[in-house]
Design a protein around this ligand. Structure first.
Ligand code: HEM
Length: 415
């Protein structure tokens, strides 16, 4: 297994450096599935940091691969717009789902403001004991001495429970949230036709409409549905915008945290000295969490669309062209982050990374995600001296989400 991985990395490196520069296409999903995209980004950062790919599965696009260039794109939202689509994929013309992540000011700002209180320090403090209790229960029920899928038993279960809490969603039906999130992000790997997938998403919106009506008729509460149902700029949303914003919140809070939980365990298995360091000094958890999120980079990219012609990084970007900001590359930029390949839990400036984006769209749930990861790791350390990964994880074939489909692990014993 290790030999296969080493061989794949070597081949990828050779390919990355022998392909003519203008033919490099970093959007190929297979490379994310086998985790061999790194040398392609390394070459672009060094040789062509603002790079044009004329032909790809997703049409022509620009790649921005350096940390500071990504920040420059993010902060110039007057030119680099989020309208339409925020990933390299385009929305289908006949099934547009507006959502505030894919809007520019002023509408974006107004809608974001409605849901921001969900992650106020007060709300986070209220949620922490619930998350801790639920995490503890999930961990206590794990089997000892036999392999199981960490993704399903821990990462999915925990994030789904948290999401159900945020929405005040019927708890027993919470796996519906996982299902809808996967449906919106993974294309179901061809197991469903487009029409079937759309029908399922409409089913999601219909389900939420009932909850929405309930909350609208009740006094405002501190859950996301109630906030949207009472918010001045969100309470009269058209149906597809309602669906879009719901999916944004489901996906935003689901895959990302889920893959950070899995990615953290994977990182600690690759760098056992860092786990030993954390066990010796548990207060390092506060810098460990952002390092896990940087190292994993659960959202590989965000995309913008140029609203006008602009010279950027010495290149001429034309109005209407796609500009893809590769966080996965910016987080490995050695000019911004010292020794970026390595997983180091006591970095001086651990929150300096791009995993949450930057600027006006910077992740609204970032503190919640960090709190959840901190709690999970605190509870893991209390219970298990070791968690062994028994085979390489299965990764998602996607250049958008750096996600794990499954990861078989085994826990030899409890503390
Ligand atoms: C480790 C976990 C997470 C990661 C890596 C992550 C990543 C991101 C990224 C990259 C963006 C876009 C930033 C940009 O364009 O500059 C974003 C936006 C967003 N995230 Fe997260 N996220 C995480 C957790 C969460 C959670 C727990 C929620 C909770 C509901 C959430 C809700 C959102 C929302 C609503 C937006 C849109 C913000 C806007 O457009 O103003 N995220 N997130």
């Amino acid at each position: 297994m290790a030999d296969d991985a080493t061989h794949a990395f070597k081949t990828a490196r050779e390919e990355a450096y022998s392909t003519p520069l203008d033919q490099i296409d970093v959007s190929i999903g297979d490379r994310f599935a086998d985790n061999t995209m790194w040398p392609f980004f390394e070459r672009l950062r060094n040789e062509d940091p603002v790079h044009y790919t004329a032909e790809s599965e997703f049409g022509p696009y620009w790649s921005v691969t350096r940390y500071h260039d990504i920040v420059a794109v993010e902060t110039n939202h007057g030119v680099f717009s989020s309208e339409g689509s925020i990933s390299i994929f385009d929305q289908q013309d006949d099934f547009q789902m507006p959502m505030f992540i894919a809007m520019d000011p002023p509408k974006h700002d107004a809608q974001r403001k409605v849901i921001s209180p969900i992650v106020s320090p007060h709300n986070l403090a209220e949620m922490e004991p619930i998350i801790r209790e639920r995490a503890g229960k999930i961990l206590d029920e794990l089997p000892i001495g036999e392999p199981f899928d960490w993704v399903d038993r821990v990462s999915i279960e925990l994030t789904t429970q948290m999401l159900a809490t945020l929405f005040d969603f019927p708890f027993e039906e919470r796996r519906k949230l996982t299902y809808w999130s996967d449906l919106a992000t993974t294309d179901m790997d061809g197991t469903m036709t487009q029409d079937e997938a759309r029908a399922e998403l409409i089913g999601c919106a219909t389900y939420f409409q009932t909850l929405w009506q309930e909350r609208q008729n009740a006094p405002p509460r501190n859950d996301l549905i109630s906030m949207l149902a009472h918010g001045e700029t969100t309470r009269d949303m058209p149906f597809m915008e309602f669906l879009g914003n719901l999916l944004l919140l489901i996906v935003g809070g689901n895959d990302t945290t889920r893959n950070s939980i899995t990615g953290g365990l994977y990182a600690f298995n690759k760098y056992p000295d860092q786990l030993a360091k954390l066990r010796a000094k548990p207060e390092l958890i506060t810098s460990t969490v952002p390092e896990i999120i940087r190292w994993q980079t659960p959202v590989a990219h965000m995309r913008r669309t140029a609203l006008s012609d602009i010279e950027f990084g010495g290149k001429q970007i034309k109005k209407g062209e796609k500009v893809v900001m590769w966080y996965v590359s910016g987080n490995r930029d050695e000019t911004a982050i010292h020794d970026p390949e390595a997983f180091i839990i006591d970095r001086e400036r651990p929150r300096q990374h791009l995993s949450f984006g930057f600027g006006i769209h910077r992740c609204v749930g970032n503190r919640l995600a960090e709190m959840q990861l901190r709690v999970v790791w605190e509870e893991i350390l209390k219970r298990f001296p070791r968690i062994d990964i028994v085979e390489e994880p299965v990764r998602l074939k996607s250049c958008f989400l750096r996600a794990y489909r499954s990861m078989q692990v085994q826990i030899p014993e409890r503390v």
